[in-house]
Design a protein around this ligand. Structure first.
Ligand code: MSP
Length: 661
């Protein structure tokens, strides 16, 4: 009989469809994807599930706002979520939508089993309900705000089906005791144990006040409580009632954010116990990415989007950053500054530079063929030792979900290789036989270290490590390399290097951030369908590139949509951390506006004061490097580098506020 691979099943939460993914959602999904790739390299057959949570009042309201029937609205949103994950290269093996028929059937089946086993009864419930979090707040009084999101609670009385959660206090506590690694990290476990020890109240698991949900069979208008519905998605993804056939249940790992820990570690195991189904093996709780110490949310206007970052720096850079920057399990701040700094130091100057200089030296000295090493000196042995220890450490840390530590170990090996090259100076050796042999040893040793870090970093940096693998001319796919067999000395001799591909081109920090922010602005505030046309060869001085002039002609009514006026600059100052931007205040006749302009490299702020400029005054306000810009200064874009030259009025004493027509 062929050896069957062990199975590993992991999940991300399924995401609400009333919004689109930000960096917080991307974080969980990236981590799941990295674990999935890692487990595959460790010989497992892996299934990873993600999906969309499509029922509930919030979605109902969002659909109304969009003027669409709910089913159409959620279908559009699910496509958008899935497309983004595909675009970012983190597509899961299963994508569950809670409106899928197979999921609906699984929820109804789970309910039936809980009911048949005597854990469901009918009753009345009056309580304070948060429609945004889809949860009753048991300790709240009428008029209170939600303790989680701060929004006002609503008093709701309903006839509901109740789940006898109270019956599971002891079974849950016993379960936590018998399975000490069920909740990770440890601190979270203690929090949940004290919550359960404090007593569990029965939970209402159907609703009549909500229309948009999975119907309780034969009990309309009852629909299922969204969490009873959503949690079941993990099971419906791998077969639902037929879960035994696929063999992926119980789930090995649920990855969740700290806000949804109770649902996963108390309710979910209790539902499964009531239905006499196996309980998941582990729930790993991670922290949040914060913006200025607050959780990101669209309503606060502080969301960071993944796509602009991936467009500017590549998806691997984003993956590396989120897994390297914060300790898994704890909160951390997100900043573009830290992102680009890490990109330049660890990726461009670190892995990227080591790969390109090693390949270039092998090319130059050995015609692009991996040379046969000569005898080893003590300094070569030292690097071998570092690398072998790195294999052990990086794998051990990854296994314990200490991703930042694992990456730190890998990057320490990269730094050791850089140091080794600097001290051995293969470029200073000549073409004598002895020197050539020494060069061969140094370059083979460096390339072997590079091969090993490439394998180790693959789960986190799938694209770029695949490129380095090709560059090193190694056989097969790096994704298929078995981590258990990774050892020093496996780099094949005499193989021809593959084609060099750009890995991580260095970027200028402030320019990169400006471009990411401009793209994010555009995604968050898309331009209206009929954009105002910019005159040919004119550019905006606001830091964003002007749209190319369309080929077709526009009517005067289109031009009239752009309101341009004469403005006079009152103050001008540089913006800390944004080399290209100036913050200006401009008198436009009716008011003084704050406008950011991307002209700092060409105009001294002091010399601008009093100058009259052309201002687009009816442009929607937006933020550039965190500074509000309310309007746009018009400039010509000159030469290949697009030097901005301000449009002005030198001949005439024009009146401030006069319209340009
Ligand atoms: N639909 C529910 C989950 C149901 S699972 C059966 C839900 N959806 S969510 O879209 O609001 O959040 C999904 C996940 O994203 C949660 O784990 C949440 O913690 C995570 N994040 C949302 N914002 C986050 C950050 N700013 N940082 C890190 N993760 C955060 O809850």
């Amino acid at each position: 009989m062929p050896n069957e691979k062990p199975k590993f099943y992991l999940t991300t939460p399924i995401y609400y469809t009333n919004g689109l993914p930000h960096i917080g959602h991307t974080y969980t999904t990236v981590v799941a994807d990295a674990i999935r790739r890692y487990k595959r390299m460790r010989g497992y057959e892996v299934v990873m599930t993600t999906g969309t949570d499509e029922h509930g009042v919030n979605v109902e309201r969002a659909a109304q706002k969009a003027g669409l029937p709910e089913s159409e609205f959620v279908a559009k949103m699910a496509i958008a979520w899935k497309a983004l994950w595909d675009e970012l290269g983190i597509s899961a093996d299963e994508f569950v939508r809670t409106t899928d028929l197979s999921h609906v059937r699984t929820v109804q089946w789970l309910f039936k089993r809980c009911k048949e086993n005597g854990y469901v009864y009918k009753g009345h419930y009056t309580g304070q309900y948060c429609i945004y979090d889809n949860a009753f707040v048991s300790e709240a009084k009428p008029g209170d705000n939600c303790p989680d999101c701060g929004r006002p609670l609503e008093t709701i009385t309903e006839e509901n089906y109740f789940f006898k959660l109270s019956a599971f206090q002891k079974p849950l506590l016993d379960f936590y005791k018998k399975n000490p690694s069920f909740i990770q990290p440890e601190t979270r476990k203690n929090e949940i144990i004290s919550f359960v020890e404090g007593g569990l109240k029965d939970l209402s698991i159907t609703r009549t006040a909500i229309r948009w949900g999975i119907p309780v069979p034969g009990e309309e208008p009852h629909v299922f409580y969204v969490w009873f519905d959503a949690l079941t998605a993990y099971l419906s993804a791998v077969g639902g009632p037929d879960y035994e056939k696929r063999g992926f249940w119980p789930c090995d790992l649920h990855l969740v954010g700290k806000d949804i820990i109770r649902f996963h570690t108390v309710y979910w195991p209790a539902f499964l116990m009531a239905a006499m189904l196996p309980v998941p093996k582990q729930v790993w709780v991670h922290g949040w990415f914060l913006m200025d110490a607050a959780k990101m949310s669209k309503s606060k206007g502080n969301v960071i989007l993944p796509r602009p970052i991936a467009n500017m720096l590549g998806m691997d850079a984003l993956r590396y950053f989120v897994m390297r920057e914060i300790v898994f399990g704890q909160d951390g701040n997100f900043s573009y500054d830290a992102l680009v700094t890490r990109y330049n130091s660890d990726l461009a100057n670190g892995l990227g530079n080591l790969a390109s200089r090693t390949a270039a030296m092998i090319e130059k000295n050995f015609g692009g063929k991996i040379p046969k090493p000569g005898p080893r000196l003590p300094q070569d042995d030292a690097l071998v030792k570092v690398t072998s220890e790195t294999i052990e450490e990086a794998l051990e840390k990854f296994e314990n979900f200490e991703f930042a530590r694992s990456l730190e170990a890998i990057w320490a090996a990269i730094a050791a290789a850089d140091k080794y090259l600097t001290s051995e100076q293969p470029w200073a050796l000549d073409d004598s036989e002895a020197d050539t042999q020494r060069k061969a040893t140094i370059l083979w040793t460096t390339a072997e270290l590079l091969r090993i870090v490439t394998v180790l970093a693959h789960p986190v940096l799938p694209d770029s490590t695949a490129k380095v693998w090709t560059l090193l001319g190694q056989p097969g796919r790096v994704a298929a390399f078995e981590l258990d067999g990774l050892r020093w000395g496996q780099l094949a001799i005499g193989v021809q290097l593959g084609k060099a591909q750009a890995l991580f081109p260095r970027v200028e920090k402030s320019e990169a951030i400006e471009r990411i922010e401009a793209m994010a602005n555009e995604e968050l505030n898309p331009a209206p369908a009929a954009p105002a046309a910019a005159p040919a060869h004119a550019t905006t001085a606001s830091g964003a590139a002007a749209a190319p002039a369309p080929n077709e002609k526009i009517g005067i009514e289109d031009f009239a949509k752009v309101e341009m006026r004469v403005g006079q600059i009152k103050t001008a100052e540089r913006i800390v951390g944004a080399d290209k931007l100036l913050k200006l205040t401009v008198d436009i006749g009716t008011e003084i506006r704050q406008i950011c302009a991307g002209i700092a490299q060409y105009y001294e702020p002091e010399k601008l004061i009093g100058r009259k400029v052309a201002v687009v005054v009816n442009l929607a306000p937006r933020k550039l490097r965190g500074v509000e810009s309310n309007g746009m200064i018009v400039a010509a874009s000159v030469g290949p580098e697009g030097r901005p030259v301000l449009a002005g009025f030198p001949d005439e004493d024009v009146e401030i506020g006069a319209r340009l027509k």
